[in-house]
Design a protein around this ligand. Structure first.
Ligand SMILES: Cc1ncc(COP(=O)(O)O)c(C=O)c1O
Length: 456
């Protein structure tokens, strides 16, 4: 495979043509991008580089429409929350009726208890929940609660994981460290090295040496935190590893947290806990639980959740937030979860069926056409990975293919299918089988474009 650079890209007729097409049809987006550059330090949430970003004007079902009126099949899923697609009627109705009654009171509205009951009902591991505004806030509070309850200071994360944007979450494995004994580095400037050296620890993902490391450091370890599906390499074949992890955490009296921010109410109604039938000690949710409104949730048994109230002599942590549990988010969450609960017998099998079908068709196509790429999926959550090697964990993903990936998504946009800059794609319940067929064709056409320009 060629690794495209600007010079090589100029030689590709298809690459030239798609850039011209995209630029010509997005003049309003280009103007807005220039305006944004003058006032925004960072424009959060990106698409592929066009060279300018596109901006969305409206969203409906499986589609997004940009400022210039171009309509795309949406595989962004709003970065995960939109399990029912864009603007689903039950959530729209719930939000509209709350807006008529006001949307921010400072004093609790009636929604917190209702949404808490729905979450509690979905999982045998949950006695109580606490609401905040994002998945990052949820993991931050959960780490704090674990340290308070156990009196131990180290929290362990896995190589290849993502748990949000606070200082205790922004770690990456040092690629020079051994795969089975990874050490971590802080991500980006501004986070003291002491965080990775003294307060956090990194474990190897889907590698049983993680169990030995937990045994070795159990006296310092407050909690082991895992995404039961890592978005960098989504898959559903980790049951044995997760069961072993549950056992070793119990044996070592170390808390086990499932970060279900992305998988909760997406993989199954009861998240990966239901899929794998494993009961963690702490769970974080976000994304889908708010029906598209900003939300984070810490949930678990009373022995952990007591740290929010200080009940039963548990050391109390400080938690709160101006917008935590706000009425509009609660209404969006109730609208989403009521509908998902009522229709879960149809929704979750459908999402698995369509996600598996899409992956199977693309993977068969790649194998027959000798294209070195693989679509990994956990139900409706997907990541296309370039390269020939077997992907046991994110360590096997080769960074050198990143430019090729970008080129792939640029061409895919030209075929009117949009995947966000993080390259993680989602199907929703609004994606009918016909739309999934269109996505399959767009993927195949995109591979053909790249091949015809000589990239693979
Ligand atoms: C597993 C996981 N945890 C935490 C987060 C952070 O959530 P948020 O972006 O809402 O802060 C994410 C976001 O993608 C996530 O996937």
């Amino acid at each position: 495979m060629k690794s495209p650079n600007q010079e090589v890209l100029k030689l590709g007729t298809k690459s030239d043509a798609v850039r011209t097409k995209l630029i010509n049809r997005t003049a309003k987006c280009e103007a807005l991008s220039k305006r944004g550059q003058a006032a925004l330090a960072q424009e959060v949430v990106q698409t592929v580089d066009l060279p300018h970003p596109i901006y969305i004007d409206s969203a409906e079902g499986p589609y997004l429409t940009d400022l210039d009126g171009n309509k795309y099949i949406d595989l962004t899923g709003g970065f995960g929350p939109n399990v029912l697609g864009n603007k689903p009627k039950p959530i729209e109705d719930a939000l509209s009726s709350q807006i008529k009654k006001g949307w921010h009171y400072g004093i609790p509205g009636s929604g917190q208890a209702h949404l808490a009951e729905l979450i509690k009902e979905s999982s045998p591991s949950v006695d109580e929940v606490m609401f905040c505004n994002s998945g990052s806030e949820a993991t931050m509070f959960a780490f704090r609660a674990a340290r308070a309850v156990t009196g131990k200071k180290v929290v362990a994360l896995f190589d290849g994981s993502y748990h949000g944007i606070h200082d205790y979450a922004l770690l990456r494995a040092d690629s020079k460290s051994e795969r089975s004994t990874p050490t971590s580095l802080t991500l980006g400037s501004g986070i003291p090295n002491e965080v990775s050296q003294n307060l956090m620890m990194m474990l190897p993902y889907r590698d049983k040496n993680a169990y030995e490391l937990i045994r070795k450091y159990k006296n310092d370890l407050a909690m082991v935190v895992i995404e039961p599906v890592q978005s960098s390499n989504p898959r559903l074949d980790s049951k044995e590893f997760l069961e072993g992890l549950r056992d070793v955490c119990t044996e070592c009296e170390v808390l086990l947290m499932f970060d279900e921010v992305i998988t909760g109410f997406r993989i199954e109604y009861g998240g990966c806990q239901e899929y794998y039938k494993i009961e963690p000690d702490v769970i974080t949710y976000g994304k889908a639980v708010g029906g598209g409104m900003p939300i984070g949730v810490v949930a678990g048994p009373k022995k952990i959740m007591n740290s929010f109230s200080g009940a039963e002599d548990t050391p109390a942590i400080f938690a709160g937030g101006t917008f935590s549990g706000n009425p509009l988010t609660m209404a969006g969450g109730i609208g989403a979860l009521e509908y998902l609960k009522e229709n879960k017998e149809h929704i979750y099998p459908y999402l698995h069926e369509q996600g598996d079908r899409l992956a199977k068709e693309i993977n068969e196509f790649c194998s027959i056409s000798k294209i070195p790429a693989k679509l990994m999926n956990a139900g409706s959550m997907m990541h296309l990975i370039f390269g020939d090697n077997d992907i046991k964990s994110s360590r096997d993903i080769e960074r050198r293919h990143y430019h090729l990936e970008n080129e792939f998504y640029l061409h895919l946009l030209g075929h009117n299918v949009i995947v966000p800059g993080i390259h993680l794609a989602f199907l929703s319940y609004a994606h009918t089988p016909e739309i999934v067929d269109q996505v399959i064709s767009a993927f195949k056409n995109t591979f053909e474009d790249l091949r015809s320009d000589g990239y693979m």
